[in-house]
Design a protein around this ligand. Structure first.
Ligand SMILES: C[S@@+](CC[C@H](N)C(=O)[O-])C[C@H]1O[C@@H](n2cnc3c(N)ncnc32)[C@H](O)[C@@H]1O
Length: 190
């Protein structure tokens, strides 16, 4: 059997949790690859809420969505994911079935603008509140750069102590590879 690699595994987890018509979150839209993937999963009756602090990321994602004709079911916000709870309409609280984070910097963009542990943790906490039962948060952690390694340590410390009566937490990681390849944390609401 072939062990599923990191990025395909992240997508498999989302595919298993998300159905057509669902409401989902892309917490770091970047160049929009995951936004398109989510838009495809929820279909024209669903909704993807996408967040990024950079105008460049929002614009790149808009273009990608328009090219693939997925714009209709996506709402993009140029604001930090730490504002997710205040931004998503109350109607959709408790209804989110999937959310994804790709931490780090915008590929091809400014490497100085990175996700930060405090705001990432705030966002995770808020999304746990918004999740439907069995909804999932998939976090891809890039720890090959210094800020990424710091963020990894903060996140793991925090995530290990999440109450097991509220969420299941999984770490999926190849542990004998060089150059700190990305790994996954998945949080499933009970
Ligand atoms: C690794 S990239 C995401 C890649 C993206 N998933 C893709 O498919 O291209 C991380 C993104 O997080 C964004 N970011 C940094 N801090 C943020 C915050 N507080 N809230 C939302 N996005 C943030 C960055 O601007 C960057 O575009």
């Amino acid at each position: 059997m072939k062990l599923e690699r990191i990025l395909p595994f992240a997508r498999s987890l989302l595919e298993r949790a998300i159905s057509p018509g669902d409401i989902v979150i892309d917490a770091t839209v970047g160049n929009g690859h995951d936004t398109v993937f989510l838009a495809n999963l929820v279909g024209s009756n669903g909704r993807v809420y996408g967040f990024d602090i950079q105008e460049e990321a929002i614009n790149n994602t808009k273009v990608r969505l328009e090219e693939q004709e997925w714009s209709e079911q996506v709402t993009l916000f140029q604001t930090g994911h730490e504002n997710i709870l205040a931004t998503i309409p109350p109607l959709h609280h408790g209804k989110i079935t999937g959310a994804v984070f790709n931490l780090g910097y915008l590929p091809g963009g400014d490497k100085e603008i990175v996700t930060k542990p405090v705001t990432t943790i705030e966002a995770i906490d808020q999304i746990i509140e918004l999740l439907a039962p069995e909804g999932i948060i998939v976090i891809v952690i890039y720890h090959g750069h210094i800020e990424g390694a710091v963020e990894r340590d903060y996140l793991l410390r925090y995530i290990r102590h999440l109450d097991q009566s509220i969420v299941h937490v999984l770490q999926y990681q190849f542990i004998n590879q060089k150059n700190n390849p990305p790994f996954i944390i998945a949080i499933e609401k009970r």
